[in-house]
Design a protein around this ligand. Structure first.
Ligand code: ZN
Length: 195
């Protein structure tokens, strides 16, 4: 597991865990290999600013198997990360930490989602019970990871996933679905009403 910690202390009482590709930025089947390929969704930067103003701490939890596949260069990966953090902060938002899995599926590591490991590590580091966290992702494996961690799952559908038989994926109840990260802000209004 790759760990970047921007601050060891969280702000506010809420911990929001976010997938990266497809949530903060436009995903690609060819992987996001460099900062030049990283395109923020505008609503992501706006939402991150709103989260900071609301006292919601944000942590990234992302699979990046392109690293061990040899598709993403390590130097490019960390440069992208630093530029992403810089851009978020310039837009008035913040990231508290980021946890990445660099492994390929065949390495059978413990951190690759749908394992809950990336989420649980964030929960432990910041002393927030998993059930008091929210995890937002765009894939079924994200929802599986959230359910396994005990985090509240939210499916971000920038393009509709369509009908999913959630029980076929070991997910007992359909997750909340949103179409924009801006919709997530309302989940935190009214203090801990959501979690
Ligand atoms: Zn891993």
């Amino acid at each position: 597991m790759l760990v970047w910690i921007g601050s060891p202390r969280k702000i506010g009482s809420h911990l929001l865990l976010l997938d990266r590709d497809g949530v903060l930025n436009v995903d690609s089947p060819d992987y996001i290999k460099s900062w030049g390929e990283f395109v923020f969704y505008p609503d992501a930067l706006e939402a991150l600013r709103a989260f900071r103003l609301m006292g919601v701490s944000v942590v990234i939890s992302s699979n990046q198997s392109g690293l061990h596949r040899g598709i993403i260069r390590w130097s490019d990966f960390w440069y992208l990360h630093e530029q992403m953090v810089r851009t978020i902060r310039e837009a008035g938002g913040d990231l508290l930490a980021a946890f990445y899995c660099p492994h390929r599926p065949d390495e059978a590591c413990e951190c690759r989602k749908p394992s809950p490991s990336l989420l649980l590590t964030a929960s432990q580091l910041y002393g927030v019970p998993p059930e008091s966290t929210v995890f937002i992702g765009d894939r079924i494996t994200d929802i599986q990871a959230a359910v396994a961690a005990g985090s509240k799952p939210v499916l971000l559908e920038r393009t509709p996933l369509g009908g999913v038989q959630w029980s076929d994926f070991g997910i007992p109840a359909p997750p909340k679905r949103v179409k924009s990260l801006r919709e997530v802000e309302s989940l935190f209004i009214g203090a801990s009403s959501m979690v």
